[in-house]
Design a protein around this ligand. Structure first.
Ligand code: PLP
Length: 372
């Protein structure tokens, strides 16, 4: 049998990510592929670095996109900063904190878990208690925006507490970057990673990261080699570091990087504050419509993420059937709950390009029809 070209349907992506990609990004990705050491490409990399510094609100020299999805950015932070025997406090309030624990353990470290209920923010007092009980901890890690539940934690407060105990801090901003404030320098974050497929409205598969001077010092003075050759920042910097001496490390995903460059140009054109305000505005419109339908948000008001809305599934409604019908009748994707929230919530994403009134009305109308 002959296989033909693949043509996906045109969906509206309003789940936990990937979000709808801005057509300008797709167009940028279709431009001619050039060499990853071509001087024109190298100039583009420099721009990409400044654009990422703007998105993260940082002057960190080591700011770049890892060639891999958000999970690769997560792993880059952990493999470089955790050495065998290190104690790491991991705050968990959803799926992704659990992955941080896995990362710590695979690096030979010990993870001390600070648990909060799924759907709640990380409790700063619990972090304080854990640091008091474990004065030998070297690192603290937490997820700023828990995509699995729609809860946002107070990153600034958590970093401050960790620093009082002389710990470096790794923060997951996969879902927050571009959607809600992420202020790497002002908050003093030491290592941060994100993803391209959420509020940046780029295609999946790249992970912007940024490391403070303090984090770089820790990495340079490691007693052991980073166990991952690909993610060892000492080697990656031979390619992503500034200056004329760029050397081959791996073949960069050239066209994907064109896409990220365009996504960040779009963000810069709009302005970060305006992008945050647009997400908040779309969230308020969705909230009004959802409540008018008699449905409820499950996360407390002051802990809600505007870009990831967790809506309780009404008693007796078949979660999977509703999502299947939305996909079939409306080409609309919304997300299911994960882990203990499976079958209990829908996750409605208002991310990046998709955070607009048209999408809000479309989603509300479709949901109302399917539920009636
Ligand atoms: N961290 C968070 C908070 C996420 O939401 C995700 C993906 O949804 C990841 C990490 C992993 O990113 P990726 O799926 O791009 O590997």
């Amino acid at each position: 049998m002959r296989t033909h070209s693949f043509h996906p349907p045109v969906r509206t992506l309003m789940g936990p990510g990937p979000s709808d990609v801005n057509p300008r990004v797709l167009e940028a990705m279709s431009r001619p592929t050039i060499g990853h050491l071509d001087p024109v490409f190298v100039d583009m990399m420099e721009e990409l670095k400044s654009l990422l510094q703007y998105a993260f609100q940082t002057g960190n020299q080591l700011t770049m996109p890892v060639s891999g999805p958000g999970s690769a950015g997560m792993e880059t932070c952990f493999v470089n900063l955790v050495e065998p025997g290190d104690k790491v406090i991991v705050c968990q309030n959803g799926v992704f904190g659990g992955r941080m624990k896995e990362n710590v353990e695979r690096c030979g470290g010990t993870a001390v878990m600070v648990e909060d209920a799924w759907g709640s923010a990380v409790d700063p007092q619990k972090l304080k208690d854990a640091l008091q009980a474990h004065p030998d901890a070297k690192l603290v890690a937490f997820v700023h925006a828990e995509t699995s539940t729609g809860a946002q934690s107070d990153a600034k407060a958590l970093v401050e507490i960790a620093h009082r105990h002389d710990c470096l801090v790794i923060v997951d901003t996969v879902t927050s970057l571009g959607g809600t404030p992420v202020k790497v320098d002002e908050w003093g974050i030491d290592a941060v990673y994100s993803g391209t497929q959420k509020c940046l409205s780029c295609t999946p598969g790249l992970s912007p990261v940024s490391f403070s001077e303090r984090a770089m010092e820790r990495i340079k003075h490691r007693k052991t080699k980073v166990q991952s050759w690909f993610m060892d920042l000492n080697l990656v910097m031979g390619y992503w570091g500034s200056g004329a001496k760029r050397a081959y490390h791996h073949t960069a995903p050239i066209n994907a990087l064109y896409g990220l460059h365009e996504a960040l140009v779009i963000l810069q054109e709009e302005g970060l504050e305006n992008a945050w305000a647009r997400h908040a505005h779309a969230h308020r419109a969705l909230l009004a419509g959802i409540e008018a339908m008699g449905l409820k948000f499950v996360v407390k008001e002051d802990e809600r993420l505007p870009q990831l809305n967790a809506v309780g599934i009404p008693e007796g409604v078949d979660d999977a059937a509703v999502r299947a019908q939305l996909l079939q009748d409306y080409n609309l994707e919304i997300g299911a709950g994960l882990g203990p929230m499976a079958g209990k919530i829908w996750r409605i994403g208002l991310m990046g390009y998709g955070a607009n009134p048209k999408n809000v009305l479309f989603c509300l109308g479709a949901l109302e029809d399917v539920l009636s």
